[in-house]
Design a protein around this ligand. Sequence first.
Ligand SMILES: [Zn+2]
Length: 306
Amino acid sequence: MRINLGGIQVRKLLLLLSLLAPTLAMAEPLRVFASVIPIQTFVQKVGGKHVDARVMVRPGFSPHTYEPTPQQISALSSAVLYVRTGVPYEKVWMNRIRAASPRMQVLDARAGIDLREIEAHGHDEHEHTDEHHDEHASAHEDHHEQDPHVWVSPPLVKHMIGQIRDRLIALDPDHAADFTRNHDALAAELNALDTELHTLLDPLPNRKFMVFHPAWGYFADTYRLIQTPIENQGKRPGPRALAALIDQAKHEGIKIIFVQPQFDKRQARQVAKAIGGAVVAVDPLAADYIDNLRRVGQQFAQALQP
Ligand SMILES: [Zn+2]
């Protein structure tokens, strides 16, 4: 076969190249999906103008029960990276998320982090109706759910953004210097936040707090606090477990029950009322991560005041 390099073909080729050139020169920002809003914030901060960070679990929704919209699944097809955290909706959706974009890489934000187990407490009434129930055996069998809320601890976020930086550099080496500079600026902010939180929380004599949904475990571990959830393994406690929690709160001098906007507040209010305390909302999913955690620290400091 003869390749024709006659005048007309060359002109066509040049025309085609001139049409392609502008799109090659002004590369589109990399589209990256994050599982939850704080991770979207970190990806956008590290990526800067070279990245278009999207979120799967939209504001106001719970990462435990979220269902991606068809629009989100179709937007995934042009994504190059998905940052997951192991929140429960991913267990149901991860295969479909991967299938929506076969060339998309997946980065697990938990990689390299020593995962903690979610606190469990007393048994529900229905557990006691099981006549073959063995308290000790079941207490150790059911309670091994790993805590996916890794982003609520600033030192863990520092580890996470290092991985985000490395992955963005691998995907877009031309902007490595920008990714590194953005990462370093965010890491410095996280260091300052961590110091501030230690100053605020280290001197408190009370270390125990009660929360409806246990999203603050890594925060508690980092600042040596003790989290007691009202929810038990993702379920509402029955009346007996609730009464036990009220006794515990009274005994431990707890006055504040923390809640988060994405979850029902009725049972938290019930406990607060019984102990003559109050319910305070703290949001582990806020977009303004640094300022939000600073506020959360102040709210904890206030709640744990003797
Ligand atoms: Zn959660």
